[in-house]
Design a protein around this ligand. Structure first.
Ligand SMILES: Cc1ncc(COP(=O)(O)O)c(C=O)c1O
Length: 555
């Protein structure tokens, strides 16, 4: 394709020549830095120049306007003189002058006698580039940060087959606005799956399809807020994904420490909250499974305060040493709202999950879901229903289970070799481990810095501490603690129900609850406590990453 001759990009010159000239021009006071964008925008004007004579003027104006709006011509780009542009496009000079004048009048261009015409600043605000907000750090050689499954295991062939068969048989009406609860066939398939695999008491009528655990949390959180709750208990250490969601619906977080069996009951009773979010099957991030006793104590607490437990079963399908423990919800479906998603089993990008709620909350939850988004995309739901029905979901879980078990073993083995004396804690489950490296590798911050310099992404367990603020005021539960922090610590004064039934030694001393260190995976002790994800890494990537952390050159 030919290039304009007189306006900065010589006819017949290649892109490299244009780029070279632009760089040189930038050194000469910045003038030519505008030439490269002009060179591409110029091509946009060519069709206008070829328009029939009577439409040519308007076509030129509209092409120039589009080039500015779309960002092809960025603010302050200097335009060629009307004579140069007319010659390059093969149109009359009057047409170009008219176009410049019109767009200057509209605010797209600016011109000054003597200094020519350029793209105005106003254009800047109208031009937006697309930013990718996905959490990702470029430049890492190996990334152990937790949370991602192996996306290359996504069953593309089976998914494509399901897509084809679903589209072939889906009636037209199924493409209308969906039932906000979710497609009946998906709710039925999920209810059966969750009953069978996770021991959930799942009536399809109480199951709502939603966009992951995150939306389930937002729906329930906003409902709790509407019903007068102002704070919610969260595990400490806990998931960074819960906090912002609760904050966004106006709930403060009561950070509740863990002990070896799960959420410590004393701080929970003292906190005064009536709702709590927990990960009983595989606590995130410490990796413990709640003991049978603690599950019962937690349900007793919920009954005693007429409260609600939100169960986040984010990775409950993956257990490598024995069958997974069933969901807490199965023990009392009226006190527990159960949520899960395909984010760890298939792909988080599908944004598909589920919420099984106590019967008394169903209508309110469905209404909230309706007002949020009118329901999840019908086609995606039909696909997942088909995939589950054809046995694809079970096959996928088996496939991932095999791969992840192998990767967990590879990580544990590599740590033993690279960091002798490392303790791996938590159950053999999920997509991450907690590893406490011996103290000689610390302090933690320095270890993290060294890891970054070596190009290895790691997450410290201390990064999962929940931020601290004041206490819940049960006397005035609508008011928060002083300040803007949305997290509350258990109230050490004991204004909340003081005697948790069946919890020995529950009455706190005058100094309040023990500090939030010393529980499982609690940061603060000697050593370097890391949360390491492994599911998305091959065994050789794992070995390489641990080698880099240990200061060994990659092989
Ligand atoms: C513990 C935990 N819960 C919930 C979520 C969010 O899951 P979803 O993709 O289903 O919204 C995450 C995300 O990684 C998580 O780690």
């Amino acid at each position: 394709m030919s290039r304009p001759g007189r306006c900065g990009c010589g006819r017949g010159e290649g892109a490299d020549a244009v780029r070279d000239r632009g760089e040189g021009g930038a050194r000469e006071g910045g003038r030519a830095e505008h030439q490269a964008p002009w060179a591409t925008a110029w091509e946009l004007l060519l069709p206008a120049a070829a328009a029939p004579a009577r439409q040519r003027g308007r076509a030129l104006q509209s092409a120039l306007r589009d080039a500015v709006r779309s960002g092809r011509l960025v603010a302050r780009t200097r335009l060629p003189s009307s004579r140069e542009l007319a010659a390059d496009l093969g149109v009359s000079r009057g047409l170009v002058t008219e176009a410049y004048e019109q767009l200057t009048a509209e605010g797209y261009l600016r011109s000054d006698r003597g200094s020519g015409t350029w793209v105005g600043d106003a254009a800047r605000s109208g031009v937006r580039t697309t930013r990718d907000l996905a959490p990702r750090t470029p430049g890492l050689r190996v990334d152990f940060r937790p949370g991602t499954p192996d996306l290359s295991l996504f069953p593309r062939t089976a998914w494509a087959a399901a897509h084809k068969s679903v589209l072939a048989r889906l009636p037209h009406h199924a493409l209308g606005y969906p039932d906000p609860r979710g497609l009946p066939e998906l709710r039925t398939a999920l209810a059966a799956l969750l009953t069978r695999r996770r021991g959930v008491v799942a009536d399809p009528e109480c199951l709502v399809v939603c966009s992951g655990v995150t939306q389930a949390t937002a729906v329930l959180g906003s409902l709790l807020h509407d019903r007068g709750e102002r704070a919610i208990g969260v595990e400490d250490p806990g998931s960074p994904s819960h906090g912002p969601v609760f904050t966004s619906v106006g709930l403060r977080m009561a950070a509740l420490r863990l002990d070896g069996e799960g959420l410590a009951m004393e701080p929970l009773y003292r906190s005064g909250v009536r709702a709590v979010m927990a990960t009983p099957a595989h606590q995130f991030p410490s990796g413990i499974a709640y003991s049978a006793r603690r599950r019962i104590e937690l349900l007793d607490w919920a009954r005693s305060v007429d409260g609600l437990i939100i169960e986040d079963d984010y990775d409950g399908d993956f257990r490598y040493d024995r069958a997974p423990v069933g969901a807490l919800q199965g023990l009392d479906p009226e006190r527990v709202a159960y949520s899960g998603s395909v984010s760890k089993s298939l792909a988080p990008g599908l944004r598909l999950g589920w919420l099984v709620v106590p019967e008394r909350l169903v209508d309110a939850v469905v209404e909230r879901k309706r007002t949020m988004d009118l329901g999840n995309p019908a086609l995606d739901q039909a696909l997942l229903a088909d995939f589950i029905g054809q046995g694809g979901y079970d096959r996928q879980l088996r496939r991932c289970q095999r791969a992840y078990r192998e990767r967990r073993d590879a990580l544990v083995g590599a740590l033993e070799a690279g960091f002798p004396g490392t303790e791996v804690s938590g159950i053999a489950a999920g997509l991450h481990i907690i590893a406490r490296l011996p103290a000689r590798h610390g302090p933690e911050e320095l270890f993290a810095e060294r890891a970054t310099r070596a190009g290895v992404g790691v997450r410290l367990l201390s990064d999962h501490r929940m931020p601290s603020a004041g206490a819940v005021d049960r006397a005035n539960p609508t008011e928060g603690p002083a300040g803007n922090d949305s997290t509350v610590r258990p109230d050490p004064s004991g204004s909340a129900p003081a005697t948790p039934p069946g919890v020995p030694g529950a009455v706190m001393g005058p100094t309040g609850p023990p500090p939030s260190t010393g529980g499982p995976g609690a940061p603060g002790g000697p050593g370097v406590s890391l949360v390491l994800g492994y599911a998305h890494l091959t065994p050789s990537e794992i070995a390489r990453g641990v080698g880099l952390l240990a200061g060994r050159a990659p092989g």
